[in-house]
Ligand binder design. Sequence first.
Ligand code: F6R
Length: 637
Amino acid sequence: MKHFDISESSQRERIQTVIYDGAEGASMAVANEIRDIIKERQKSGKNAVLGLATGSTPVRLYRELIRMHRDEGLSFANVITFNLDEYYGLSGDHPESYRRFMQDQLFDHVDIPEANTHVPDGLVAREEVFASCSAYEEAINAAGGIDIQILGIGRTGHIGFNEPGSGPDSRTRLVTLDSLTRRDAARDFLGEQNVPRHAITMGVGTILDAKKVFLLAWGEAKAEVIAQAVEETPTDIIPASFLQSHANCVFNVDRSAASQLTRVLHPWLVGPVEWSAPMTRKAVQWLARKVNKPLLKLVDEDYSENGMGDLLTEKGSSYDLNINLFNITQHTITGWPGGKPGADDSHRPERATPHPKRSLILSPEPLDDVFCLGGTMHRLANQGHEVTIAYQTSGNLAVPDTEVRRAIELIIELGEERQADTEAKFARTVEKHLDAKGQFGADTAEVRHLKGLIRRSEARSSARLLGLDISHLSFLDLPFYENGRYRRFSMTAEDVSIMKALLEKIQPHQIFATGLGHDPLSVPAISFEVLREALKQCEGSDWLKECNIWLYRGLGTEWEAHEIDMAVPLSPDELKNKIQGIYQHQTQRSQSPSSSQKGPSDAWNLAEQVNRNTAEIYDALGLAEYEAIEGFKLWNA
Ligand code: F6R
């Protein structure tokens, strides 16, 4: 049942889905709807009832509502809110409770009366949970029902905390959290073991009762689940798919979150397309994988039977198409990521001159570098390039307290042995701060400093193993990261000026960076924004005109084969060496590698798996068989 106009290209979509360039525009659109209903109700002396979500997704929306309150005088005095969920077992003042989150992100900055804000009670006794949940539903009804419900979506397909298995009739209740959901929250709670196992959530049925629903989603990590919710038959495996039955539901997504929708992923399957070079490459590589043949063995029937007959007509024969695509893919492969001196570079991803190149590798946190391009870094250093690795943030938030305590003991003991009072005194201070903060308190500057130093030592050890000159490591400690907890970051002018100073100092011939397309509040995404702003400020500089910017995709993920402009093969020994490099990041062993991918929480296996997988894809397309490949995409800013 569709309740909206569809176009040819969106014919597979069962929920109205609007694709925005970024989270900003999509959030503004919803903020405007909220402002409109608040004002409309004000005129008739009535309340506007909002259903609210927490997490990274709605943060931009809340910032915009706060701005409207501050700059435009939008009053929230007539607003009543009901939040979707709360962790069971957390009090409202726990730093990771959803009540605290709402106070910090919205309620404390607008004029909403405290009594009008409702978040499920996470501390209600087990035997009173049912009554408390029923009362929550009654309160929603008594307020007149929810006018606008805001949703994010989890990678399990959950809305609220309705995990797979939640039916369309489910109501507010106590639920058990999925292991993937708990892993995604691990960083917020400084370890998966600290993430609550249960939560109280509105049910899918409760959500479906709202008059209007907006689901927001950003970043490539959400792309798969968005496509499933929007295009597949509703199923309790993806609870968000039940929104298909809602008469007034819109998904506002950014380009990255939309990337797995048929109209974006395989547009030739839903209508005529313009066969540009990138589109042709994408389609032919897709075809080869679909029919399980190497590129050079595709025949006319493969094209015509898979919705690509018009491409054949336009380009002549499968023979020409195959050869062309084979050559394009072949030319992405290079063992010389800094260019091959003295070689004909007309078909090489990176130009031969100048040689050596000043190469700048940007790593949002220590570990991103070796994890994603450890093999390439090793090659660059080996081939005589001047490699600087700049760690954009300190990464101190990801160091477990147990690791600092180990360092403290070492320093104290050494200090006592050597009568080095200052160091031992500092270590004792850090110890006191740790004791005082409890399990979830914020770290003091001293604790963060020591944690940052631990990550620096790991980064050095890893870089040394990869053959890099460690005097060329640069630790930027960007300030945006230093004042917070995960999901609460925002870029500052100081971040940009630090990055700009680095660029001007190095004047790189090539930069390796990541973060484009990630969840906009994530560390890689903000680190990338900082780079983008700094580059803008360097516009016109001679060095920038000559500089190639190579994007790596990020922890535990890799570009699709058709997106790769430079594929750097790793030999079995190089792969082993890279894994050894990753091992140096001891403190990260127990951490989830990132919130941007599925898979085992053990970062170690994931890097190897991803690089081997890319090599297998190249092999399946009929290119040479390598042990592993690291892929890069050229960024045209
Ligand atoms: C939050 C909630 C969850 C989140 C979802 C996405 O109140 O109910 O469904 O919306 O887990 O989380 P983020 O936005 O952090 O990716």
